[in-house]
Design a protein around this ligand. Structure first.
Ligand SMILES: *[C@@H]1O[C@H](CO)[C@@H](O)[C@H](O)[C@H]1NC(C)=O
Ligand SMILES: *[C@@H]1O[C@H](CO)[C@@H](O)[C@H](O)[C@H]1NC(C)=O
Ligand SMILES: *[C@@H]1O[C@H](CO)[C@@H](O)[C@H](O)[C@H]1NC(C)=O
Length: 426
């Protein structure tokens, strides 16, 4: 059974699941799959027609690997700034032995997580469900988990040392925990953020396209509000006539097993297939401007072998399966650095990206009918005196007075503390 997975985190789609009767057949948990595929030519058919993605052209080469002792500065300079994927094997502790279904259910089963149900092509429905219920269903049903990892689980989750200091540590966005069973395939996609993808149990195969173009038209792309891109190509049954471009697009591959991580730079198109029971942790961090040097005064020469994820300063944390800002006290300087993160590698911050951030932060306040200025109003106030309505520049943001940032700081703080107040105090 093939399950299409897609990172589609629209808050509006989260509902509370009822127990659901699925197909009832256990999924195929076979880990022995040939990858990259051996291509089969048929004279009368375009190569790879109605075959999975990857059958349309021979893989160029494996994605390069670096040593597990790679230091953060080298990682940043060669790969993050260099815009290159890299595999680092054995840098996180495998979780297959500790995090069995029984253990997870016993210790964390009461926590609400988000799971995605395959409803129709391209759009999956997110449901909020206790982890225990998910674990009872995922080996049979078309269901996989993708949740911002709950704080309660972070002590047992490894935080890779290669991103635990300097420039990268200060740009951490959020950690997502994925659990799936059987053969599942993601869409062909590219994220607006950099991602470190670590497999904690099972096996995942990756296809990474190496394209010069940000938005290849041939991929038939859909863009999400947060800047992520995904392709409408059916990755299980590719129409090789419609998507002829796949015969020309070079791709690289790797297979990750427990303990291995892959760095995928922002805007690299990739597709993932999981086999067996897989547990994976993906850590997103904001791209930097290419000119930005590595700052690493907090980097240790011999970092500890194990650091728990609870020590990582993420922008977002999880609470009842919804994103919340991690900080409780939010100053105008925090606002400036949040907005700088939203710039990513760009010289400009576009209004749409800001509005998406603002909607996420204020969603719950809004649901409680707390009176707030709209995202557009806040944007206008931040961006007044700028010649363009559509975007702001880095210099403009760096120059903004603390006073002009205070309004947004107040709103963000209200939102961060939403569960510590009664409604009339907000
Ligand atoms: C999970 O969500 C349900 C429904 O919203 C809620 O009643 C329950 O208290 C939540 N459980 C936890 C541990 O937050
Ligand atoms: C990195 O490479 C991708 C294509 O593989 C490209 O779209 C993107 O613009 C590049 N990023 C930078 C910062 O050069
Ligand atoms: C930023 O402030 C400096 C000094 O006040 C000024 O010279 C510069 O023009 C300002 N830049 C922008 C983009 O507002």
């Amino acid at each position: 059974m093939i399950l299409l997975t897609i990172l589609f985190l629209s808050l509006n789609q989260i509902g509370v699941s009822s127990t659901d009767t699925g197909s009832g057949f256990p999924k195929d948990m076979n880990l022995y799959v040939t990858f990259p595929p051996i291509l089969q030519h048929h004279e009368s058919l375009a190569l790879g027609h109605l075959r999975p993605l990857g059958w349309q052209r021979r893989a160029e080469a494996p994605i390069i690997e670096d040593s597990l002792n790679i230091d953060p500065e080298r990682f940043y300079n060669l790969f993050v700034r260099g815009n290159r994927s890299v595999v680092i094997r054995g840098i996180v502790s495998p979780m297959d032995v500790l995090w069995t279904d029984t253990y997870l259910s016993k210790h964390y089963g009461h926590l609400n997580v988000t799971a995605a149900k395959r409803k129709q092509r391209l759009v999956d429905t997110l449901v909020m469900t206790p982890l225990k219920t998910f674990l009872q269903q995922y080996r049979q049903d078309d269901l996989y988990m993708n949740t911002i990892i709950p704080d309660e689980m972070k002590l047992e989750t490894p935080f890779p040392s290669v991103i635990n200091c300097g420039t990268i540590r200060s740009r951490l966005i959020e950690p997502i925990l994925w659990i799936s069973a059987g053969d599942t395939a993601s869409l062909l996609q590219a994220h607006a953020q950099h991602t470190l993808h670590c497999v904690l149990d099972g096996r995942k195969d990756f296809i990474i396209y190496d394209l010069a173009n940000h938005y290849p038209r041939e991929f038939d792309l859909v863009k999400q509000a947060n800047g992520d891109l995904f392709s409408r190509i059916d990755v299980d049954l590719v129409n090789a006539y419609k998507y002829k471009y796949l015969h020309e697009a070079p791709w690289y591959w790797t297979t990750l097993r427990e303990g291995d991580c892959l760095f995928v730079p922002a805007y690299k198109f990739h597709q993932i297939r999981a086999h067996g029971r897989t547990l994976a942790l993906t850590i997103d961090f904001a791209p930097t401007n290419i000119r930005e040097e590595f700052l690493g005064t907090d980097c240790e020469k011999n970092p500890p072998v194990y650091v728990p994820l609870s020590q990582a300063p993420f922008l977002w944390r999880y609470e009842h399966a919804v994103r919340h800002l991690s900080k409780r006290t939010i100053t105008s300087e925090d606002v400036r650095s949040y907005l700088l993160l939203l710039f990513g590698a760009n010289e400009e911050l576009h209004r749409e990206i800001f509005r998406d951030f603002y909607l996420q932060v204020t969603d719950e306040l809004d649901k409680k009918s707390v009176a707030l200025p709209t995202g557009t109003d806040v944007w206008k106030q931040l961006n007044k005196d700028e010649p363009h309505e559509e975007f702001m520049t880095r210099d403009h943001l760096k120059n903004l007075s603390a006073d002009s940032l205070q309004l947004l700081a107040d709103i963000l703080q209200k939102s961060a503390r939403i569960h510590e107040h009664h409604k009339h105090e907000l």
